[in-house]
Design a protein around this ligand. Structure first.
Ligand SMILES: CC(C)(COP(=O)(O)OP(=O)(O)OC[C@H]1O[C@@H](n2cnc3c(N)ncnc32)[C@H](O)[C@@H]1OP(=O)(O)O)[C@@H](O)C(=O)NCCC(=O)NCCS
Length: 184
């Protein structure tokens, strides 16, 4: 059985293990050095807190999804970037979908209005997942990154969580998952 739950800082090592092969061998992330366990602690607990979810299978971290700031400038604060990684053995079993459905529900509850995903192209699985949950293409940055000996296009995808953006939007709230410590 696979459980989707809020990530705890103690999941950092498992999250790092899922991410490691993509840093080393795939342009799906443009990170080239594997972040440390402490880096992942800090990312999970970054302020303001935003959702980090894990898929746990038989006590192991099978994958994770999270929301992060789209941009540091203040007026972007209703917009988040979302991302998802699963260990290869767990691909194509609906886990990406389950993680994203829950992530989107959490982000919506907190008052965020726009979600963006940055996908190195081609990535049929990621494009299919994002399209399946409602993201639509926004644009392509041609040859935006160089990794593993090649230039890569990056597709940005967007999902608005509201039909009409309000004239006076309420401030987004920090994520306060039960059982996960507050930032130090
Ligand atoms: C992208 C990723 C998270 C997808 O997760 P997943 O659990 O394999 O996907 P799911 O089984 O939930 O499938 C979701 C949808 O995508 C489709 N899909 C999944 N993999 C696919 C593939 N390789 N080719 C085409 N469609 C695919 C499924 O059919 C499903 O569509 P539907 O809901 O219309 O039936 C997973 O492939 C992954 O971790 N990839 C490597 C890391 C990565 O690229 N992350 C994204 C960075 S932008």
């Amino acid at each position: 059985m696979v459980t989707i739950r809020a990530a705890h800082p103690s999941d950092a090592a498992g999250i790092r293990a899922v991410y490691a092969p993509f840093v080393a061998g795939s342009p799906s992330t443009f990170e080239e050095e594997l972040p440390t366990v402490e880096d992942f602690h800090a990312r999970i607990l970054a302020s303001p807190r935003r959702p980090w979810l894990v898929a746990e299978a038989e006590g192991e971290i099978a994958g994770y999804a999270y929301a992060s700031a789209h941009h540091s400038r203040a007026s972007y604060r209703w917009s988040v970037d979302t991302s998802v990684y699963l260990a290869a053995v767990h691909h194509r079993r609906g886990l990406g979908r389950r993680l994203y459905d829950e992530l989107i529900a959490e982000v919506r509850t907190l008052g965020y209005l726009n979600l963006y995903a940055c996908i190195t192209l081609p990535n049929a699985a990621s494009v299919a997942l994002h399209t399946a949950v409602g993201f639509r293409p926004v644009g392509v940055f041609p040859r935006a990154g160089y990794k593993l000996g090649a230039w890569h296009d990056v597709g940005w995808f967007g999902l608005a969580l509201i039909d009409e953006h309000p004239a006076n939007p309420a401030e987004p709230r920090p994520w306060l998952p039960e059982g996960v410590p507050a930032a130090p």
